[in-house]
Design a protein around this ligand. Structure first.
Ligand code: 5RP
Length: 227
């Protein structure tokens, strides 16, 4: 399978985790887009979706899938989204598409996080992919200086504004020995809205597309398909 075929394969596999007659959390990115297109074929199964970005909401609506505000939804049994890097323990770097804040919020509400990715995203240690950090615009330079003190090399994602009206710093060269500690450390910098390290709220199950199959990596007790 090529990369797109892997994305399609994991998207199809993820349908097995969709809970009938419930709200579904839907992520952002090219893998999530494959999932949305597959979900459209069985849209009658779900109550509707909670989107992690404006782009995802638009794609869902274009398929005739109801999109609900998170504030009106109490229970999201499953959230399905891609990742830029994922470890076998389910820690992730996310936010390559800039939707990290809404992704983290929907993931926090969801009871189960199903990560869908092709095998190129699997790493033993996070940090080769630059860590996206969403920042309040007026704090950009200050936050960048603080990130340098952590050993990182922050780059302003020029010309990009998040759905929340903020900017993104992409931080390379970070040594991430303890993803939870690094997530907490970056989150504590004043002006940071969200860091794209998903170490506290990890994936519960990872569906990984390989050249000839989909591997299922069970991370947490919430990984099973049926409630
Ligand atoms: C968007 C994300 C995406 O999940 C991540 O960037 C992976 O995207 P893709 O499926 O296109 O590789 O976090 O903010």
């Amino acid at each position: 399978m090529n990369q797109d075929e892997m994305k399609l394969a994991v998207a199809r596999e993820a349908l097995r985790y969709v809970v009938d007659d419930a709200w579904l959390g839907v992520g952002t990115g090219s893998t999530a887009n494959f999932f949305i297109d597959e979900l459209a074929k069985v849209k009658w199964r779900i109550k509707g979706a909670v989107a992690s970005s404006v782009k995802t909401a638009e794609r869902l609506k274009a398929h005739g899938i109801d999109v609900e505000e998170l504030n009106n939804v109490q229970d999201i049994p499953v959230y399905i989204d891609g990742a830029d890097e994922v470890t076998p323990q389910g820690a992730m770097i996310k936010g390559g598409g800039g939707a990290l804040t809404r992704e983290k919020i929907v993931a926090a509400v969801a009871r189960r996080f199903v990560c869908i990715a092709d095998q190129s995203k699997k790493v033993q240690r996070l940090g080769k992919f630059p860590v996206p950090v969403e920042v309040i615009p007026m704090a950009r330079s200050y936050v960048a200086r603080e990130l340098v003190l952590l050993g990182g090399y922050p780059e302003w994602r020029m010309g990009f504004t998040t759905d929340n009206g903020n900017v993104i710093l992409d931080v390379s060269d970070l040594t991430i020995e303890d993803p939870v500690a690094m997530e907490d450390r970056i989150r504590s910098i004043v002006g940071v809205v969200t860091v794209g390290l998903f170490a506290r709220r990890r994936a519960d199950v990872i569906l990984l597309g390989t050249s000839d199959r989909v591997d299922t990596i069970v991370v947490g007790p919430r990984a099973r398909i049926v409630e």
